[in-house]
Design a binder for this molecule. Sequence first.
Ligand code: MN
Length: 128
Amino acid sequence: MEHGRAEDRQWERAPSERFTGDVWFSSLSNVGDEGLNALGVWFSLGARTGWHTHPEGQTLYVVSGAGRVGSRDGSAVTIGPGDVVYAEPGDEHWHGATPGSHMQHLSLTTGGDTEWTGELVSDAEYDV
Ligand code: MN
């Protein structure tokens, strides 16, 4: 058994071409977890992903703070600790923090890399 302490985790900053604001992620996958990509993701106030899809869908589990998830139909919902969000394969969406709070979630995906549309989420799309 291994105990990875919080203070020893390695965090990487998410690239500004694909994310708005300060977003950090840390891989939780272990060597041998070929099929599963597990990430801890931290969004600062107002930060969010750009528009994207996941080839085999994505499960988000909110750990702390307050966030939003948006869909191409223009809707966005508020999410909080303990909420579970599932994005279906190929379903374009975004996720991030609310303007007034950070948000931390666990991201679980299989099937390879996130597919980015190259489009950031505008303030108008974020504020619905
Ligand atoms: Mn996603």
